[in-house]
Design a protein around this ligand. Sequence first.
Ligand SMILES: Nc1ncnc2c1ncn2[C@@H]1O[C@H](COP(=O)(O)OP(=O)(O)OP(=O)(O)O)[C@@H](O)[C@H]1O
Length: 318
Amino acid sequence: MSGPDSQTEAAHGGSATETVIVLERLTKRYGEVTALDGVSLSVRRGEFFGILGPNGAGKTTLVEIVEGMRQADSGTVTLLGRSPWPRDTALLARIGVQTQASAFFARLTAGEHLRTVAALYRTDPATVGTALKRVGLTEKENARIDHLSGGQRQRLAVATALLHEPELIFLDEPTAALDPEARRELWGLLRSLRSEGRTIVCTTHHLDEAEALCDRVAIIADGRLAALDTPRNLIRSLAAPARLLVPAARLTPEAALALDGVDRATVEGDDLVIETSAANRVLTHLGDLMDIEDVTVRTATLEDAYLALTGNRTEHHR
Ligand SMILES: Nc1ncnc2c1ncn2[C@@H]1O[C@H](COP(=O)(O)OP(=O)(O)OP(=O)(O)O)[C@@H](O)[C@H]1O
């Protein structure tokens, strides 16, 4: 099941619109806590699918049910055309689950760790070299895991999920605790997996990550599906006004409100914040009054959409 040919077949098998995960009215309770409350959604083959939500929203429960690690109370789950529960070993060979770096055997080397996982999957040990190369860790094969940097460990975690060339990969907060540079490096790797046609399901708390990587994003709040769309549509559906920031010393709120297209104008610190649904028009007016280089344009982000959908006030902390 290893080798580049089977990899390509596995990654590209099936039609472009095939669904690989279908959830219908999924419900899960832990005693009094309703972790999932009737979630229905589907994931298409080849998608980079994000699952976002506040702490305790039900993301882990949802993913574990899809992976076949937990049983739902009610509703149905179809994973690659089969039911993941009761445990289906044929499915395990087709999915890759990112191991949390904290679950590694820290005293092993990167190569030893991967060979252990390869043995568990009964995969050819030769796949270890390929996986290390894919994540850019060839040089670290003989380095102990506790001597790797955070970014290298996360890349090793992704390599763990790739060893047996699965067609569907589950990632759990893959860039948690990474510095910005290491995060961006890992994004590059994740994009390359996506471009091979693999389906990726990724939970994350990072909205910029979801915006940068995901084809579609499911926002889960209180065990329910609060929204499911492309990041761009989620942002657009908010119809949030653009915010234009100009130095408060250059323009008063009254003068700003007199401009055609300005909805609101408030002073925040050294800035005058202008809200408008007609940014281009207002920018033209501002260009007549000041050097346009002094104007900062802030359009809505997935963060705004997320905060609005998860019941938090939409704020711009920037
Ligand atoms: N094994 C369990 N027993 C009891 N309650 C649980 C169990 N697992 C999760 N819960 C509860 O179910 C709810 C959903 O938890 P879950 O871990 O699925 O959320 P999450 O969105 O993954 O959160 P986080 O972002 O913090 O990882 C929470 O209220 C949690 O406390």
